[in-house]
Design a protein around this ligand. Structure first.
Ligand code: ZN
Length: 304
């Protein structure tokens, strides 16, 4: 779900290369620690959910080939390590440790709260560690599109998150709720203020971003997004415009017209939107509708 901010210097690529024994293969084949090495290792740190280990591992193994095929350099991050951490709350949410690449999963009560709900989304983050982990890549636009890619890619291979943020509904239903309640936050504002708003406006940030990035992928393909987010420099407004042939603001205008039209034509949209918004997780997390001048990270001028 969430990418934690970078916490300190570490060359994860080198650390993993050392673990894999890269460069030390002999004429007899790969070094011993590569033989029969599992691609996914799941550990029940909570010591209370042993029965969840195998379902999580099976889902990870099922999704892995399609992810590796689509993500350049992903093999270097194998094996993936997954830890079942126990019960989650507003501050303990699924994430990837930026220092080790380990996927940390938490359980939540109710439907969509199982450990594997956001597993594949987190696997995308873990497989792309070098693309977001370094300090120079901790930018608003780069992290916004990193988050968008994680969920869009997971959905495209049939392993979208089953819990937060959609809990089984479609992005348009969630966006429809924000439209109808006058709480729609522009994807342009979310992108330019990702670090300040991603948690502060969590239900809006995750659902609106998904709708917007899905709109871009539908129009331009997944490969364009993968290329944009995998380049030698972090995503910025110039590289975004080069990739999609329009500015962020113009892309958002096109999205807004399309999503509004789709929402208005959606059968039983109001009923679906009300049901989604009533989910405890959506109702629990804070939402916001306007930039707050007291927030030093938010520039009101970026409101769009
Ligand atoms: Zn995420």
């Amino acid at each position: 779900m969430a990418l934690h901010r970078y916490r300190g210097p570490l060359c994860a690529g080198l650390a993993l290369a050392a673990f894999l024994g890269c460069g030390s293969a002999t004429e007899d084949g790969p070094p011993p620690n590569q033989r029969m090495a599992p691609e996914v290792v799941v550990e029940d740190v909570s010591r209370q959910h042993t029965a969840d280990v195998e379902p999580v591992r099976e889902r990870a193994v099922a999704a892995l080939p399609a992810l590796v095929e689509r993500l350049p350099g992903a093999e270097a991050q194998l094996p993936l390590r997954v830890r079942l951490m126990g019960e989650g709350d507003s501050t303990h949410v699924p994430t990837v440790d930026p220092d080790t690449g380990t996927i940390l999963l938490y359980r939540f009560p109710g439907a969509g709260g199982d450990y594997d709900a956001s597993l594949v989304h987190e696997m995308v983050h873990a497989l792309r560690l070098p693309h977001w982990q370094t300090p120079e890549r901790q930018t608003n636009l780069a992290l916004f599109f990193e988050e968008g890619l994680a969920e869009v890619l997971a959905r495209s291979i049939g392993f979208g998150s089953t819990g937060f943020p959609l809990f089984g509904t479609e992005p348009t239903v969630a966006v429809g709720h924000w439209i109808e309640t006058n709480q729609l936050v522009s994807p342009a504002r979310l992108a330019r203020n990702h670090l300040a708003l991603n948690f502060r406006c969590m239900p809006q940030a995750y659902s609106i971003r998904l709708s917007f990035v899905d709109f871009l992928v539908t129009a331009h393909g997944l490969d364009t997004l993968v290329s944009l987010t995998s380049g030698p420099v972090p995503v910025d407004e110039a590289s975004l415009e080069a990739a999609y042939g329009a500015s962020l603001d113009d892309l958002v205008d096109a999205w807004r017209i399309a999503v509004t039209s789709t929402w208005q034509a959606l059968p039983e949209g109001q009923t679906k939107a009300e049901a989604w918004a009533a989910h405890p997780a959506i109702a629990h997390f804070p939402s916001c509708s306007a930039p707050q001048a007291t927030d030093p990270d938010v520039d009101p001028d970026t409101e769009h």
